[in-house]
Design a protein around this ligand. Sequence first.
Ligand code: NAG
Ligand code: NAG
Ligand code: NAG
Ligand code: NAG
Ligand code: NAG
Ligand code: NAG
Length: 241
Amino acid sequence: MIFTPLIGLVLAALAPSAYSQDIQYDSTHNATSIVGTWSSGSQAVKTGPGFANPANMSFTYPKTTGISYSFSDDGFYEIARYRFNGNGSSPTCITGVIGWVHGTYELLGNGSIIMTPLGDGFQQVQDPCAAVSNFLEPYNITETYLQWRIFLDASAGYKLHLFQFDGAPLAPQFHVSPTPTMLPTQKLRNDSSAPAPEQTGNGVKTRNALKTNDVGSRQPWTTAIVGGAGAVAMGIASLLL
Ligand SMILES: *[C@@H]1O[C@H](CO)[C@@H](O)[C@H](O)[C@H]1NC(C)=O
Ligand SMILES: *[C@@H]1O[C@H](CO)[C@@H](O)[C@H](O)[C@H]1NC(C)=O
Ligand SMILES: *[C@@H]1O[C@H](CO)[C@@H](O)[C@H](O)[C@H]1NC(C)=O
Ligand SMILES: *[C@@H]1O[C@H](CO)[C@@H](O)[C@H](O)[C@H]1NC(C)=O
Ligand SMILES: *[C@@H]1O[C@H](CO)[C@@H](O)[C@H](O)[C@H]1NC(C)=O
Ligand SMILES: *[C@@H]1O[C@H](CO)[C@@H](O)[C@H](O)[C@H]1NC(C)=O
């Protein structure tokens, strides 16, 4: 794990993406360490035990949607996300996505964060308007966040702001705990132990559909034929938003 050494440089402007020189972890950028567990909104979504069971690819659904990120001081991250994505053209086609992933993170000198997964991440997609309306799939995508900021809010305490690859901000997250609550920071499922494709249990189908690395574009749901299996894969770009 490499924490880029801090080099004394001029104070950067606050606006993300407005500069490219090495960042200075000053009081506006880093009011406290990023280490710990962070959670958005009503904080119903939290990393650690009680959200996901990677061994059998199951979730315990939180009461409300939200996102949660944890960072350890030895370079591991964990993400828990539960979201609904609206569909402007078909208001009844609201897609629900719940996902879990962990791995190692790197704070780059230019202020970005790279999160590299261990390979046991997974997500469940519920799309009432898709051919397969409810399925589980592996999720193993390296995520880049352009910038991060931690502010001290007088009433709410520390808040973490993450900016995605395209600069779009995620919902601000509260500092739930300065020590991270995470599942063990090792691979918790071998590929062979993933549920077999087309297995049904609670009406959930699973498949290995993720073939895209196309997280850099903001295209909406797209369908594509994957491999020779004729499986329909969805562009997962929008799931990251
Ligand atoms: C952020 O601030 C904390 C507390 O001052 C410090 O320990 C830590 O090294 C700083 N840097 C990062 C990258 O979190
Ligand atoms: C997954 O494992 C947990 C813990 O053993 C168990 O409580 C849960 O019912 C399992 N879920 C599925 C879908 O098999
Ligand atoms: C998951 O992604 C990481 C980083 O790209 C890679 O090293 C690893 O082999 C991948 N694991 C699986 C199971 O695809
Ligand atoms: C920082 O560097 C990484 C890796 O080169 C790059 O992907 C990212 O866009 C850079 N961030 C900024 C804010 O320029
Ligand atoms: C994955 O396989 C390796 C090698 O067989 C084994 O040592 C490890 O315990 C397995 N991990 C899990 C989570 O089943
Ligand atoms: C919205 O729903 C329509 C009809 O099912 C579908 O064709 C379209 O791809 C969906 N768009 C998004 C952004 O999900």
